[in-house]
Design a protein around this ligand. Structure first.
Ligand code: SF4
Length: 225
């Protein structure tokens, strides 16, 4: 593996410490922000994650907050019916499909699980519209269960660091599960989402002012600023 010398020099504790400092001035990743605002049940986190799929945080966050304030429990969400949910989330892409998926989950939880969504990964993944990213993020935040949620930011940055060499977010998730210390499994998403939005951006990352400049091998980074 070509990454060997990189890995030996790459101190993940030091790196994540510096990332935490670097992202302190920026707003937290959407799902963590919602949890801080009191929307922290597995059901609420799952609904927010479905709303956020292919949607910018700036759009999805206020929409999720508004919907969850109106219908904080599965029973209340089920009572809204798909049309009522759709009305609330109409500014998001794929809102009709998302409304149907959220309604189906609410009905299933209200009818079959006593009104509370359990911290059960298999169950979460069995719902239409819920993939590993949303299941892991909801379990990590709402249940404090250590699962790694890898979105496009976590994927890009872990590969630029040479910490993993993986072609897809799913493969990055598997590679991180093998080497990232468990204590960082939830925080990696909380730290790298704002870091990826504001510093280690997709195009023209801000390497020249990045606190990791001297530690980071910048794998496959072409131009930077
Ligand atoms: S040095 Fe560049 S590539 Fe490396 S973490 Fe910083 S911004 Fe990202």
């Amino acid at each position: 593996m070509g990454g060997m010398s990189i890995e030996n020099n790459f101190d993940i504790d030091l790196v994540l410490d510096q990332v935490a400092e670097a992202v302190a001035p920026y707003p937290p990743a959407a799902m963590f922000e919602l949890a801080e605002k009191g929307f922290a049940t597995p059901f609420q986190q799952l609904v927010a994650c479905i709303i956020s799929i292919r949607t910018r945080d700036e759009v999805s966050l206020p929409v999720a907050e508004k919907l969850l304030a109106k219908a904080p429990t599965p029973a209340e969400m089920a009572a809204l019916e798909p049309a009522g949910i759709d009305e609330q989330i109409a500014s998001c892409p794929f809102h009709e499909r998302k409304a149907a998926q959220i309604h189906a989950i609410a009905v299933a939880v209200a009818d079959e699980h006593g009104g509370t969504l359990p911290c059960d990964r298999e169950l979460l993944l069995s719902f239409a519209g819920v993939g590993p990213k949303c299941a892991n993020l909801a379990l990590g935040i709402a249940c404090n269960e250590p699962f790694i949620s890898v979105d496009i930011h976590v994927h890009r940055i872990a590969n630029r660091w040479g910490y993993v060499q993986a072609g897809t977010p799913e493969k990055t998730m598997v590679a991180l599960a093998e080497k990232l210390p468990r204590r960082y499994w939830i925080d990696i998403n909380r730290l790298l989402v704002p870091f990826g939005k504001h510093i280690c951006t997709g195009r023209l990352p801000r390497c020249s002012t990045c606190p990791l400049f001297n530690l980071c091998p910048r794998v496959d980074v072409g131009s930077y600023r």
